[in-house]
Design a protein around this ligand. Structure first.
Ligand code: CA2
Length: 151
């Protein structure tokens, strides 16, 4: 039988992870994050579809494609968190559980990062725990999906 699928979507500039600004985002690359997610997913017995894009439209299309295909969405919308009502609308329309992840603690940073439009469409938000936030989000999402019938 097919494993439940969790989409792990990453927004603009996260392809730079580990290559610039290590004082803010650490030294782990996005490839390392994908490997970490794959390891955690294997243990949890869920599948993942891990992607990154710099385009707002592409990110929105990927959210729409999750309908009927994935059971949950983990998203680090990066800069679009703070600007994109269109991304929020897509997440609300897809009607799947959403967990928002930020590597840094957006509330300790510049005021313009303190508000996320995406958070209104998220069941939960993890921020400030580094790339480990992705592993924690996967654990929480697997729990939500696998126990859906009993909630
Ligand atoms: O902390 C996070 O995960 C953020 O979503 C990262 C975004 C930022 O706009 C959000 O406010 C918080 C930035 C992603 C760009 O990441 C880079 C990593 C290394 C070098 C340059 C950018």
């Amino acid at each position: 039988m097919d494993l439940p699928l969790i989409a792990v979507l990453n927004g603009p500039n996260l392809n730079m992870l580990g290559l610039r600004q290590p004082e803010v985002y650490g030294t782990t690359t996005l490839d390392d994050v994908e490997q970490l997610c794959a390891q955690v997913a294997e243990k949890l017995e869920v599948g993942i579809d891990f992607r990154q894009t710099n385009g707002e439209g592409e990110l929105i299309s990927w959210v729409q494609e999750c309908r009927g295909r994935a059971q949950g969405i983990i998203i680090n919308p990066a800069g679009y968190s703070h600007t994109s009502i269109a991304l929020l609308d897509a997440l609300l329309a897809v009607d799947l559980p959403v967990i928002e992840v930020h590597i840094s603690n957006i509330h300790r940073r510049e005021p313009f990062r303190h508000h996320s439009y995406v958070s209104k469409g998220a069941l939960g938000v993890i921020c400030g725990l580094g790339v480990q936030g992705y592993a924690l989000a996967l654990q929480a999402m697997a729990d939500i999906i696998l126990n859906e019938d009993t909630q």
